[in-house]
Structures are given as C-alpha cells and as structure tokens.
Design a protein around this ligand. Structure first.
Ligand code: SAH
Length: 224
C-alpha cells in the first residue's frame, strides 16, 4: 500500500482539477505507464502545490514547468516512468535522489519507498521543497544541501538512486553508493541525453538504455 498524503489543500484548485487529473492519468497509461501503484500515487499527489501560484493552473498538464533558478519540475510522464523503472525489480527501502528541485518527484518517491535521501545544490529550492513535504506530512524524507554528483556517502549504500539532472557521464561516486541489486535511474549526456538504468550485480554493473530525454544539466558545487 502506498503511503497516504494528508488532504491539506488537495482540492485547492477546485472541482475541475479532479477531471483534469484523471485525464493526466489516462495520458500516462496511453504512454505505457503500467505500474498501478505509481499511477495511484501520481493521481493523489497534488502537483499544483509544488509550483508557484502563476504556474499552478498548468499543474495537471503533461509538461515540464519552470520552478525558478532556471530549473524545471519534470513532466509527469517522466516522473512516472523513472519511478516505475526504479521499482521494476521490487520494492526499495533506501533511495537517494539527486536534484530535489520542487520536491514533487521526492514526494512521489516518499509514498512508494522506505526512506528518501534527497540532495539539492540550490538552497532556496531546497527550503521551499522542505516546506511542501512537511505540509503533506511526508516524514520519511531526509534532505542535504550539497553537490549530488558526489552522492550522499554517509547515508549509503542505497538500493535505489534516481537523478533528475543529467551528467555527461555517470559519476563514479553514485555507482559506488549502490548496494548489490541496487538500481540507478539517470539521464546521461549533453545535447542529446538518454535515460539509463544501471543495476549493480555481483559481477559489476549492468546498463540498460531506455529512451531519449531532456533534463537540466547536473552542475558542480552549491548555491546559497
Ligand atoms: N525532481 C525535480 C526536478 C528539478 S530539475 C522536481 O521534481 O522538481 C533538477 C534539479 O537538480 C534542480 O533543482 C537542480 O538545482 C538540481 N541539481 C543540478 N545539479 C545538481 C547537483 N550536482 N547536486 C544536487 N542537485 C543538483
């Protein structure tokens, strides 16, 4: 069973939102999302709470939306797809997320896995995300203001790692923080990027290339 979110402001943008949300879920199904738990959690997580007021009316469209600092909240299809890939080999207990951003993907993960460790390099984005997750009473989220390209070694190893910013090459630190059987879901590349799933096996790493994607770049260092 997925964890519930409290119903604080869940219907905050009125009755039309329920229909619009159902349309979004149908679109995700049409695009090949099959994990029912993931669909259920996307349906019942209020994406409008993760956007500034000026953008909130577009929250249930299947598009990426700006969140400030030249960053974007990922398209719902991509959030659902990456989450489904992360969970495809069974439930995950400890998940590291690189790029908290708005906190939307963090919230989706928090409702489906044991504990989420989320790293963000831009402090003001992290602070807003923290407030939203608190409002939704998601208490299994731990946040770090740091360069996520280095992972979060003190809390590892992880049986899942999900990155929402794209490095040119997969950082070695992330691979090293994967537990045996652990899965890393990550966009990789520069101008052209592909979503990759890396599984740590007893022999080494097994890489699967999934589909072309378009993420903001993973950047070094932190911003206050
Ligand atoms: N999952 C987010 C997507 C935000 S966009 C959401 O649902 O809103 C990607 C995020 O990755 C941005 O917030 C950006 O600041 C962050 N990011 C980029 N490079 C990073 C790094 N090295 N460490 C941590 N976060 C990083």
């Amino acid at each position: 069973m997925a964890k519930a979110v409290s119903n604080v402001d869940v219907n905050g943008i009125g009755m039309t939102s329920q229909r619009t949300r159902e349309r979004l879920i149908q679109r995700l199904v049409d695009q090949g999302i099959t994990n029912l738990k993931v669909l259920d959690v996307v349906r019942s997580t209020p994406r409008h709470l993760f956007l500034d007021e000026a953008m909130a009316h577009r929250a249930y469209e299947d598009v990426a939306l700006p969140i400030g600092f030249q960053q974007t909240l990922s398209q719902p299809y991509i959030v659902a797809r990456m989450t489904e890939l992360l969970l495809a080999a069974g439930p995950r207990e400890r998940v590291l997320e690189i790029g908290t951003g708005s906190g939307y993907q963090t919230a989706i993960l928090a409702r489906l896995v044991g504990e989420v460790y989320s790293v963000e390099r831009i402090r003001p984005l992290q602070q807003k995300a923290r407030q939203r997750l608190r409002q939704l009473k998601l208490r299994n989220v731990h946040m770090n203001h740091a360069d996520g390209g280095l992972g979060w070694p003190e809390r590892g190893p992880y049986d899942g790692i999900l990155a929402t910013a794209a490095p040119e090459r997969i950082p070695e630190d992330l691979l090293q923080q994967l537990a045996p059987g652990g899965r890393l879901v990550i966009p990789v590349g520069g101008e052209t990027q592909h979503l990759q799933v890396v599984t740590r096996t007893h022999e080494g790493f097994d890489t699967q290339i999934v589909e072309a994607v378009n993420f903001v770049p993973l950047r070094p260092g932190t911003v206050k």
